[in-house]
Design a protein around this ligand. Structure first.
Ligand SMILES: Nc1ncnc2c1ncn2[C@@H]1O[C@H](COP(=O)(O)OP(=O)(O)OP(=O)(O)O)[C@@H](O)[C@H]1O
Ligand SMILES: [Mg+2]
Length: 265
């Protein structure tokens, strides 16, 4: 089985949780599961920028990116966050390799729109490098930065990056590990299953906002492009990876077609 795991940045902030998740990923890799990791680092970026007196501004969950903020993203996301995670994985026996979408021209991007500055939209994933690494027993750990193939670098939303890599690499499953129990409805209940229509509805009604808006859009896009199973699950839940891979009810599963509406807390 081939899985793309997207790790939310908050989960990587504490060494204990990072170490636990690294252990779970290493265990699955040892069992022969083919794994690529894509990680975020939104809150760490916001902190890094605030310490330097730079305010963060978001439009529909995407960070407006000036050249100065892109440089911070290279330092924080492709630098500290990526390498700390790689070191944690190595420490538990996984042969992790840190890279960004620029390496091997893994993900190609174009400017999304002028208002957002250097935010990229993924135009193509070239997954050969993932195949080479995973095929030789390595675990690629990808930071959400990409190039346009002509020298320009873009900040990519990590959820979009994860979806693009999952589709390009033909992952069987895309698992978003995040800092919340799942996708919540207006009453704060975790939605066990969500269709595209329900996801769009939660966004349109202002219930799913910011980081969850981008995640739902990316999750639905990945489903549309053929990833068989997409889930949004709480990364801090004990044994989360094993449980989600065993299809235990946990967090939110994105469904291709309508299923009976269910909820659990
Ligand atoms: N309807 C909703 N259900 C659940 N969470 C929601 C909802 N609407 C907004 N959110 C927010 O979305 C957040 C998750 O997205 P966020 O971007 O913060 O994390 P992430 O994507 O896992 O991490 P990173 O952005 O670092 O990769 C939740 O912590 C919550 O505050
Ligand atoms: Mg996010």
């Amino acid at each position: 089985m081939r899985i793309l795991i997207k790790l939310g940045g908050t989960l990587l902030d504490t060494a204990e949780l990072r170490q636990s998740l690294a252990g779970q990923i290493a265990a699955q890799a040892r069992h022969g599961v083919e794994i690529t990791v894509v990680h975020g680092g939104g809150k760490r970026m916001t902190r890094f920028l605030a310490e330097r007196g730079i305010e963060s501004r978001f439009v529909n969950g995407l960070r407006v990116t000036t050249p100065e903020i892109l440089d911070a993203a290279l330092n924080v996301l492709a630098g500290s966050v990526n390498q700390e995670l790689v070191a944690s994985l190595i420490a538990v026996g996984a042969r992790a390799v840190g890279l960004s979408g620029i390496d091997g021209n893994l993900v190609e991007a174009q400017q999304l729109n002028a208002e957002l500055g250097l935010v990229g939209r993924v135009v193509r994933a070239n997954p050969e490098l993932l195949g080479v690494l995973v095929g030789n027993g390595f675990v690629p750990v990808v930071a959400c930065i990409a190039g346009d193939g002509r020298g320009q670098i873009y900040n990519i939303n990590a959820d979009q990056m994860a979806a693009a890599c999952a589709c390009g690499w033909h992952a069987d499953r895309l698992i978003f590990l995040t800092d919340i129990a799942g996708v919540l409805d207006g009453a704060g209940r975790v939605q066990a299953v969500l269709t595209r229509e329900q996801s769009t509805g939660l966004i349109a009604s202002g219930v799913a906002t910011a980081g969850m808006q981008t995640k739902l859009n990316a999750a639905c896009a990945a489903m549309d492009e053929g990833v068989e199973q997409v889930s949004i699950v709480p990364g801090a839940a004990p044994y989360v990876l094993e449980r989600v891979l065993r299809d235990e009810p946990l967090g939110t599963r994105i469904a291709r077609t309508a299923e009976r509406a269910t909820a659990h807390d």
